[in-house]
Design a protein around this ligand. Structure first.
Ligand SMILES: O=C(O)CCC(=O)C(=O)O
Length: 305
């Protein structure tokens, strides 16, 4: 157990703080994440969870779940169905967001200040060209922030794979390990990385690019600053969820505040992770969250209701 998580578990005393239902990353896993800018967590969700995840996707397609209002920065395209703020319409996503196997890695890379900043359903259809160009996440101002080696992270995404991308040309996630420490030569408002995208359009990949081959149930964790793109898809619709996380003192990406009826269905841990501090929050709560170790210890599956 690395030092930060060990401190976290001691901090509030054993009487009050239940035994966490999650385990932090090992020192080696955390070192690897910080050096390479990603963690491929294989088989985090079992076959039953994957099937329930696919059911959420089917329901979203059948009901044509609405997404949020368009923003001028969105680059949504016809080949991709993208439902932003999906938790507001699909409460079953709580099973994935509150899963101990995901909470542990998040608590390790962010510290215990974990907030869900966005929940997206993604279905990437068939397309002969790359589905997304090289970019970083979170907009031009976050793009210019680079963290030193031992820093806690600021914002991360967890991509939950529900269909198979273990072969090439299946809408694979592409990334450059270690690129989260580098600044693109030129930074532009849409965060595209121009030095790579000209060659990419001609079919060239950087020599240090890695193609992620993921099986259903795998999760890829990566920070906002990792240079990434998406390969073409000539096989089958690619099904994933993408969850954004950040510090509790960040602003969400796809909601302002979850409505009371959405929060009411969640465990106290998940409500806290949606930035909920009850009816009468103090402004300082977001920076110094009360009883944070205790609230984060257990979710719905451990009876933390
Ligand atoms: O679809 C993917 O694999 C990645 C999506 C992406 O580039 C993003 O969420 O920023």
């Amino acid at each position: 157990m690395h030092q930060q998580a060990a401190d976290a578990q001691r901090a509030e005393g054993t009487e009050e703080t239940p035994v966490p239902d999650w385990k932090p990353l090992s020192d080696d896993e955390l070192r690897s994440y910080r050096a390479n800018g990603y963690l491929h967590l294989r088989g985090l969700f079992d076959a039953g969870a994957v099937e329930r995840g696919r059911e959420i996707l089917r329901t979203a397609q059948e009901r044509a779940t609405p997404t949020i209002e368009h923003h001028e920065s969105f680059t949504d395209r016809a080949h991709t169905l993208r439902v932003r703020d999906a938790i507001a319409h699909h409460p079953e996503l709580a099973e994935f967001l509150d899963h101990p196997g995901l909470i542990g890695p998040l608590a390790s890379v962010l510290g215990m200040s974990v907030q869900v900043l966005g929940t997206e359903i993604f279905i990437r259809g068939l397309h002969e060209e790359p589905l997304e160009s090289w970019h970083t996440d979170g907009g031009e101002y976050l793009q210019r922030v680079r963290l030193s080696g031992a820093s806690s992270d600021l914002q991360v995404k967890a991509q939950v794979f529900l269909s198979d991308t273990s072969e090439d040309d299946s809408g694979n996630f592409l990334m450059i390990p270690g690129s989260h420490h580098r600044m693109p030569r030129k930074t532009v408002p849409n965060c595209y990385i121009e030095e790579l995208n000209g060659p990419f359009e001609r079919g060239e990949l950087p020599s240090d690019a890695v193609t992620v081959r993921a099986a259903p149930g795998d999760v890829l964790l990566f920070p906002y600053s990792l240079w990434h793109a998406v390969a073409r898809n000539t096989r089958q619709p690619r099904q994933t969820f993408i969850f954004r996380y950040g510090q509790l003192w960040h602003r969400p990406h796809d909601y302002l505040q979850q409505p009371p009826e959405v929060l009411a269905r969640m465990s106290p841990r998940l409500r806290r992770m949606f930035g909920d501090f009850g009816d009468d929050p103090h402004p300082t709560d977001f920076y110094k969250p009360p009883a944070q170790q205790r609230v984060m210890a257990q979710g719905a599956s451990a009876g933390g209701r």
